[in-house]
Design a binder for this molecule. Structure first.
Ligand code: SAH
Length: 226
C-alpha cells in the first residue's frame, strides 16, 4: 500500500493556500482588519517556525510547542496583539519573548526596526538563524531577562510582551516613547488578561483587551524561576 503523503511534504503553494485560509477563516471574521497586519500574515511562512512533524498543523487555530516547554502563540492572538500595537512603517518595536521568532517576523514586515529579547539561549539562536535565512534584516536579538527591557535602544513606539506577567514591569513603561503602546498579558500563571498601556502627554492609560493564556514571563520584574 502506498504511504499517505505527509502534509509536511506539501509544496510551498499549498502552504500559501493554508495561509490564505487562516487569514479568511480565523483572522478577518474575528475583527482583524488592518491591511498591513493581514498582508504580513499572508507572507510569513508560519510552518517554518515549528518542527517538521508539526508543519501540517502550523496554520491551525491554536498554539503549538516549540521545545523547552515554550510555545508559538495561536495565529489570532499574534494578529490581535499586532493590530492593537498599531505600528507605523517608521516605528521601532521591542518584543519580549522571541520564542520561535514568528511574532518578530510579523513585526519585521510592518515596523522599521524590531528588537527582540529571549531568556533561553538555544531558543534565541534558533529563531535568529531562521529569521536571517528568511531575509529579515531589520531585527536585532538579545539573550537576556526582558523584564528589564533593552534600555540602550529605548525609547520604543511599541513594546509587546509574549509571556504572562504577574504585573506590568516598570522598566518597560519607562522605555516607551510618548504616544507609545505596551501590549502585555497580566495575571496568574495559568491565565491572564491582555492589557494595552498607553503613554500619553497627560499620563498613562491602561485598557483591558481580552482574556488570554501565555507561558510565564520569568525574571526580575516577572515570575521567579521554578
Ligand atoms: N513570541 C513567540 C512566543 C513566545 S513564548 C513566538 O512568536 O513564537 C514566550 C517566550 O518568552 C518563551 O520563549 C520564553 O522563554 C520567553 N521568556 C519568558 N520570560 C522571559 C524574559 N524574562 N525575558 C525574555 N524572554 C522570556
Amino acid at each position: 500500500m502506498r504511504k499517505r503523503k505527509e502534509r509536511a511534504d506539501l509544496p510551498e503553494n499549498e502552504f500559501e493556500r493554508m495561509r490564505e485560509l487562516m487569514v479568511e477563516q480565523q483572522l478577518v471574521p474575528r475583527g482583524i482588519r488592518n491591511p498591513g497586519v493581514l498582508d504580513a500574515f499572508r507572507k510569513v511562512p508560519r510552518h517554518r517556525f515549528v518542527e517538521k512533524d508539526l508543519q501540517n498543523s502550523a496554520y491551525d487555530d491554536h498554539p503549538l510547542p516549540i521545545g523547552e516547554g515554550q510555545t508559538i502563540s495561536q495565529p489570532f492572538m499574534v494578529a490581535c496583539m499586532t493590530q492593537c500595537l498599531d505600528i507605523k512603517k517608521n516605528e521601532r518595536v521591542l518584543e519580549i519573548g522571541t520564542g520561535s521568532g514568528y511574532q518578530a517576523a510579523i513585526l519585521a514586515e510592518i515596523a522599521a526596526e524590531v528588537y527582540t529579547v529571549e531568556r533561553i539561549d538555544s531558543i534565541a539562536k534558533k529563531a535568529e538563524a531562521l529569521l536571517r535565512e528568511l531575509g529579515y534584516n531589520n531585527v536585532q536579538y538579545r539573550v537576556a531577562d526582558g523584564t528589564n527591557g533593552w534600555p540602550e535602544k529605548a525609547p520604543f513606539n511599541g513594546i509587546i510582551v509574549t509571556a504572562g506577567a504577574p504585573r506590568v514591569p516598570e522598566p518597560l513603561v519607562e522605555q516607551l516613547a510618548e504616544g507609545g503602546r505596551l501590549l502585555i498579558p497580566v495575571g496568574g500563571s495559568w491565565s491572564q488578561e491582555l492589557r494595552i498601556v498607553r503613554k500619553e502627554k497627560e499620563g498613562m492609560r491602561e485598557e483591558y483587551v481580552c482574556g488570554c493564556v501565555f507561558v510565564p514571563l520569568v525574571g526580575e520584574h516577572g515570575w521567579r524561576e521554578g
